[in-house]
Design a protein around this ligand. Structure first.
Ligand code: SF4
Length: 150
């Protein structure tokens, strides 16, 4: 199994800091890959990233809700059908600008299971990260990524 970052992600990045195996990276180019993504091959399902996400965007893969309803007013979802923008700051205080988001209505039901596949696709995509595997770096555990393109 793995954990999944869903379209509730608005690029906070705190999850990256706590992941013990460095398997979460921001999507680049952001216009094509608007969230952060988890490498399923490396994730050890420790769950450390879940409480770090201020948008409650991360789930164990088998618990990604098909009938998600927002837990509070003003929650936004980052999908291409959105016409709004999100302007905020990440966990390091750097500006974040995400286009194509929309605000969820209270009581609205959203299928987040469709967000699982992009986590796999990103790591298999030509424009995705170039893996810098532990063996390449002489490290004993973990995998880092060099995001290519911007
Ligand atoms: Fe990383 Fe653990 Fe989250 Fe998997 S569950 S992405 S290993 S912090």
């Amino acid at each position: 199994m793995t954990h999944i970052i869903t379209a509730l992600c608005l690029r906070d990045g705190a999850c990256v800091t706590v992941c013990p195996v460095e398997c979460i990276i921001p999507g680049l180019p952001q216009e094509e890959w608007p969230w952060y993504y988890i490498d399923a091959d490396t994730c050890i399902d420790c769950g450390a990233c879940i409480p770090e996400c201020p948008f409650e965007a991360i789930f164990p893969e088998d618990e990604v809700p098909k009938d998600y309803t927002p837990s509070k007013e003003g929650m936004q979802i980052s999908r291409y059908d959105g016409t709004e923008v999100y302007d905020g700051h990440d966990d390091k205080g750097d500006a974040v600008h995400v286009e194509g988001v929309r605000t969820l209505a209270m009581g609205e039901v959203v299928d987040l299971t469709v967000d699982s596949q992009p986590n796999y696709d990103y790591f298999n995509s030509a424009g995705g990260p170039e893996p810098e595997r532990a063996s390449d770096r002489g490290a004993k555990v973990g995998m880092g990524y060099k995001a290519i393109g911007k």
